[in-house]
Ligand binder design. Structure first.
Ligand SMILES: Nc1ncnc2c1ncn2[C@@H]1O[C@H](COP(=O)(O)OP(=O)(O)O)[C@@H](O)[C@H]1O
Ligand SMILES: [Mg+2]
Length: 391
């Protein structure tokens, strides 16, 4: 009989769920050390002299803007202790706090958790912040994430007040800011606010490439999963799946879901099939319509690839061509010549049904690796065998 404990017993794969969650901040950020270094250089005036410093960060979703900002503020505080200067950081997500008053309340709450959230004007709250800063002898770094939401709704008044805080409030301690947004936050500032932001203090985060996505996934595997519980080809495959968007969040989500699927099925190894199932889960299906619109040779090519990929992440064009001939024989169809075979295969790639990649692994000749990134091979096999072989 199952007891409640057996339902919650540990699986064989996930050792710790926390590193798979979105708000986890790893100690090391592979492929973003350069950005951490850039930030350290830009905030040096704050760190060594308490001089207010304003930096803007922009880049597409999932490029590590938030996690880099959070890790940076941890590092800054550590170094500040050594430099014997007090820097308090406040992280505000402007999607949750869309108005000036809500942002200010978030800042006040950083000093006084129980501060009531009503009845104070902006000027009063700025004065209260100043009092807290003087009392604690701290400079302030305010990180405004998703800043475009605030800027669109409330304009740049509040950011202007922050950048002029020391003079306006006659305060011995300074307020620095970090504005983060997918769209360039500087485009939303009015000219007087903009003048306090140096153009050179804009950092751009680019989409992650395949190698970076793979590295990020490998780091999460090490942090979250038991050693040896992931097929070594899985990070490559997940990198392929998320390369188009360059979004690390999507890659980590695929890993987490693949691990869950493997555990739910009672298995001990996360395989390429689990990763494909995870991808299928995150993407709506229009698959069958596309497959139905293929010609019969392309359907056979796809079936051949799927059969070869049942137990591995990658196969080659040579293997697919051989398997294709075998299936043609089963169906008493005359196989295509090599050139036509290639042409059709390229079309499958263009339609996103397979993904091809030139092999870099020192294989002789023009070997092209092939994988199916979107759908579990088993599902393709079931669907196509039904269509082709039952006739
Ligand atoms: N260089 C990196 N190393 C490790 N994890 C990363 C890295 N970049 C992003 N991540 C992770 O990817 C996810 C998305 O990053 P996030 O900072 O939220 O992106 P953004 O704010 O640009 O949308 C988060 O879970 C984050 O921890
Ligand atoms: Mg973010």
């Amino acid at each position: 009989m199952s007891t409640s404990r057996t339902y919650f017993s540990r699986g064989a794969i996930i050792k710790d769920n926390r590193p798979l969650s979105f708000d986890y901040v790893p100690e090391n950020l592979p492929f973003r050390e350069d950005k951490l270094r850039d930030l350290s250089i830009k905030y040096r005036p704050l760190l060594f002299s308490g001089i207010p410093t304003n930096v803007a960060i922009t880049g597409p979703v999932g490029t590590g803007k938030t996690v880099v900002a959070r890790r940076f503020s941890q590092l800054l505080k550590e170094v500040a202790i050594e430099a014997e200067i007090c820097i308090k950081d406040v992280y505000v997500n402007c999607r949750q706090r869309k108005t000036d008053s809500m942002v200010l309340l978030g800042v006040v709450n950083r000093f006084d958790e129980h501060f009531p959230d009503r009845g104070f004007s902006k000027q009063e709250m700025l004065r209260i912040i100043k009092k807290h800063m003087i009392k604690s002898r701290c400079h302030l770094l305010i990180i405004l994430d998703e800043a475009d939401v605030l800027l669109k709704k409330s304009g740049s008044d509040l950011i202007y007040s922050f950048t002029r805080f020391q003079e306006e409030q006659d305060c011995p301690f300074s307020v620095s800011t970090m504005l983060i947004s997918q769209k360039n936050p500087l485009d939303f500032l009015d000219p007087s606010t903009l003048s306090t932001f140096k153009r050179t203090n804009l950092l751009r985060f680019d989409k992650y490439d395949r190698e970076a996505l793979k590295g990020i996934v490998e780091q999460r595997i090490e942090l979250a999963l038991y050693p040896g519980s992931v097929d070594p080809e899985v990070p490559d495959l997940i990198a392929d799946m998320s390369e188009e968007t360059g979004d690390a969040r999507f890659a980590i989500e695929l890993l987490g879901r693949a691990a869950e699927i493997a555990e739910e099925r009672g298995e001990e190894l996360v395989t390429p099939e689990h990763a494909r199932a995870a991808k299928a889960y995150t993407k709506p299906y229009i698959y069958e319509d596309i497959v139905d619109s293929l010609n019969i040779h392309q359907q056979i090519q796809l079936l051949a690839a799927a059969r070869l990929l049942r137990k591995k992440a990658y196969t080659t064009t040579g293997e697919v061509e051989r398997e294709y001939s075998v299936i043609c024989e089963e169906l008493s169809k005359k196989p295509l010549g090599h050139t036509q075979f290639w042409q059709y295969l390229k079309e499958l790639d263009a339609q996103g049904l397979i993904t091809t990649r030139r092999s870099g692994k020192g294989v002789v000749g023009n070997t092209t690796q092939i994988t199916i990134a979107d759908i579990p091979a088993e599902e393709i096999i079931r669907y196509l065998e039904n269509r082709l072989l039952s006739k």
